[in-house]
Design a protein around this ligand. Structure first.
Ligand code: SF4
Length: 342
């Protein structure tokens, strides 16, 4: 079996993600003998990436950037859980406790941005991991990547649940002036029980909203994504209203929302989590999530209620939201309890 040098031996080669996958396939995560266990009990494995900008299809953007893989925030609904199987790891414990760190990403990104063929298209951060999860405090790969994108005059959008983003207000201001920058703070709900239950490793929602206020006060375009709204946990009218009021009170420039979807390994993890923690709820989720998405009628109802509440509290719609999401009754209708009694 291949062996790799100690984590902090500067200048020595780190394994690629493909080599990591091979090691884990042969020997499980125990084979990652160089992964460093830190105070949060997660293990961090440095890797060498061959590319930094990932082309994507079927999204509102064409490029993504993820300095880390896996996420210690450990949200049970996280759509990115299913990506961990690319490294032969599971979508449950290992997604939240074995984190790959692309230690060379800034150099690779700089070379990619310097190519004459690079057309400075919008780059989305945080599509497969949180770029401001706690380890960013140590590596600063997100900060340095933003600085590289500023030099490359490339616009960015970044989604996070990490209030650590305020550490980088200076580089976000530079980026805003150079090419444009939008921060999407993910706050699905301000309900304490739902937060503790569904997002065990994240900062309190109000801490995230205070970060939004700091960003907007500093002139950085920042708003909130209530994503995902989870049926039965955060979808009631009362919880939606408290959340949107709090978002408005913290000066968010916009708000968007989405209802949870469940696919592949994320579905497996979420259903196991329900079985373990809330067995009585599982049959209702099996019915609501007979497919990847809940029924259209349910999603429309949730979004309609959010729109009415947005109007009530004066928070703008997410700037890049699809007009198809509009629903006739959202203009004048009074919020009603969402269907399925959730
Ligand atoms: S913070 Fe984002 S990337 Fe991290 S576990 Fe939660 S949803 Fe997934």
């Amino acid at each position: 079996m291949a062996s790799f040098p100690l984590l902090f031996d500067l200048g020595t080669a780190k394994p690629t993600t493909r080599e990591i996958a091979r090691l884990v396939k042969d020997g499980g995560t125990a084979a990652l003998t160089e992964a460093q266990r830190r105070a949060d009990e997660a293990r961090y494995q440095e890797v060498t990436c061959r590319s930094a900008l990932n082309p994507v299809k079927g999204m509102p953007f064409n490029w993504t950037l993820n300095p880390y893989r896996g996420c210690t925030h450990g949200c049970h609904y996280c759509f990115a859980r299913r990506y961990h199987v690319q490294f032969e790891m599971n979508t449950s414990d290992e997604f939240a406790s074995v984190i790959l760190v692309k230690q060379n990403i800034v150099g690779v990104l700089t070379r990619e941005l310097d190519r004459p063929s690079w057309t400075r298209e919008y780059v989305a951060f945080g599509t497969a991991t949180d770029p401001y999860q706690p380890i960013e405090g140590h590596y600063k790969l997100t900060r340095q990547s933003i600085q590289a994108l500023t030099r490359g005059r490339t616009p960015i959008g970044l989604i996070t649940k990490g209030p650590m983003v305020v550490r980088d207000i200076d580089v976000l201001q530079d980026q805003s002036r150079a090419a444009g920058c939008t921060i999407y703070m993910s706050v699905p709900t301000v309900d304490d029980d739902a937060w503790r239950t569904l997002e065990p490793g994240t900062a309190h929602p109000l801490q995230r909203l205070r970060a939004v206020r700091e960003l907007t006060n500093a002139g950085v375009n920042a708003g909130v994504l209530m994503a995902p709204i989870v049926p039965g946990f955060s979808s009631s009218r009362g919880k939606l209203e408290r959340t949107i009021k709090a978002i408005a009170d913290h000066g968010a420039r916009f708000v968007g929302c989405n209802v949870m979807y469940l696919q592949d390994g994320t579905r497996t993890h979420f259903m196991r989590f329900l079985e373990r923690e809330f067995p009585a709820m599982r049959p209702r989720f099996e019915k609501l999530y007979a497919k990847k998405y809940p029924p259209d009628a349910y999603t429309k109802e949730v979004k309609a209620m959010v729109r009415v509440l947005q109007d009530r509290y004066g928070v703008a719609k997410r700037e890049d939201a699809n007009r198809d999401d509009e629903d006739a009754n959202m203009k004048t209708g009074e919020p009603e309890q969402v269907g399925f009694a959730w």
